[in-house]
Design a protein around this ligand. Structure first.
Ligand SMILES: [Zn+2]
Length: 377
């Protein structure tokens, strides 16, 4: 059995955790579903394979009964700093690559503090749609907006970010199209008037969003900066039909974007084979394997890991957890990712596809080395 338990990981996509870790059962459960309807926490989460498995791991870690109330009682008795420190240390994290765009920053640990408590490196990415929303609210003139947006996306590494992240899949879909400047300006005028009236903005206006994304892609390509795209399974507002990574074709085909590494997040679940295929074909595409969210069970994780390794060179795959809100996720995702990758590599050794040493090197690429290189950590 390939033992990867000591191998440090670069978690190439995860989120900050909440400052307030005191919570009741329903709140805790709500973090283990992407559904927003309250009935899921009340009736369904505790019947998911993922959550029942998770409770056993947590009970083992905390040394308590494998019961929900017991796990909650132990974790709630610890202060948040202590909880975070214990779990991140046990996860053996080399680097957390954090998306601070979610949850709201005033409710969360900063990336810097997470790094301190985890005794690891913390890098962060810049969420493009959040920046767009802030800048639109602050500019009544389209040309001024464009200029400021371009400036904010220049010298990105000096500004402390190692990647861009786009949630366009949640908003208008991965089929990012070309629009004329006039069309984008007209869309901006509509968006601006709505935003000013309500004082807030959730950008979901395709001509404007797509137009700004193309600016961001040019900037990313100039700086060889990776862009992480949410693909597949995610927030309940996503239109899964447009979360299929094949919709990125026009962006991937664009010669001027070839120097922009594209990371397809969350194994594009359930479009796993399609995402893995793109990573196998396009030189700039990388495929993220995340082991906390989607909330799927071990058998399903084995399947997508097999599909990815089966079709795609290992140097195009990167590990993540996509953990968020509670630090147990950062911990359990690292444990599980190592375990699943180890099992699949074992199967490949048994099938005489790999030897032990090759398997170990592949694990190292997926768990750490490729991410280090791509994000220039
Ligand atoms: Zn995420």
């Amino acid at each position: 059995m390939l033992d990867l338990s000591h191998m440090p990981v670069v978690d190439n996509h995860c989120h900050p955790v909440l400052l307030n870790q005191q919570m009741d059962v329903l709140q805790f459960r709500s973090y283990f579903t992407e559904a927003t309807d309250a009935s899921f926490s009340e009736k369904h989460v505790h019947n998911s394979i993922y959550y029942t498995w998770f409770l056993r791991q947590a009970a083992n870690f905390y040394g308590c009964e494998p019961k929900e109330e017991a796990v909650l009682a132990v974790r709630n008795s610890m202060n948040a700093d202590e909880l975070l420190e214990r779990l991140l240390e046990a996860a053996r994290v080399d680097t957390l690559v954090l998306d601070p765009g979610y949850p709201l920053s005033d409710q969360c640990y900063t990336p810097e503090r997470m790094g301190e408590l985890g005794h690891c490196r913390a890098a962060k990415m810049l969420r493009l749609e959040t920046l767009m929303q802030q800048l639109i609210l602050a500019h009544d003139n389209f040309d001024d907006l464009l200029e400021r947006f371009s400036t904010e996306l220049s010298d990105v590494r000096e500004r402390g970010y190692c990647a861009f992240k786009s949630i366009v899949a949640y908003r208008t879909g991965l089929n990012v199209e070309r629009w004329s400047k006039d069309e984008a300006a007209q869309s901006f005028a509509e968006v601006y008037s709505i935003a000013i009236r309500s004082g807030r903005l959730r950008i979901a206006h395709k001509p404007l969003l797509d137009y700004l994304l193309h600016i961001a892609f040019r900037k990313a390509a100039e700086q060889q900066l990776p862009v992480q795209f949410h693909t597949g399974y995610g927030d309940s507002d996503t239109d899964m039909r447009l979360g299929n990574p094949l919709h990125l074709r026009d962006v991937l085909e664009q010669p001027e974007y070839r120097s922009m590494p594209v990371v397809l997040l969350h194994e594009s679940y359930p479009y796993c084979q399609l995402g893995a295929y793109l990573a196998a074909i396009y030189p700039q595409v990388y495929f993220d394997l995340s082991y906390t969210i989607p909330f799927v069970d071990k058998l399903e994780m084995l399947t997508f890991t097999r599909q990815a390794l089966g079709a795609t060179p290992a140097s195009k795959l990167m590990f993540s957890t996509d953990s968020v809100n509670v630090p147990e996720m950062h911990w359990v995702g690292a444990i599980r990712g190592r375990n699943i990758i180890g099992r699949v590599l074992d199967e490949l050794i048994d099938a005489d596809e790999l030897d032990q040493e090759q398997a170990y090197q592949i694990a190292q690429l997926i768990l750490r080395d490729t991410a280090r290189a791509i994000y220039k950590l």
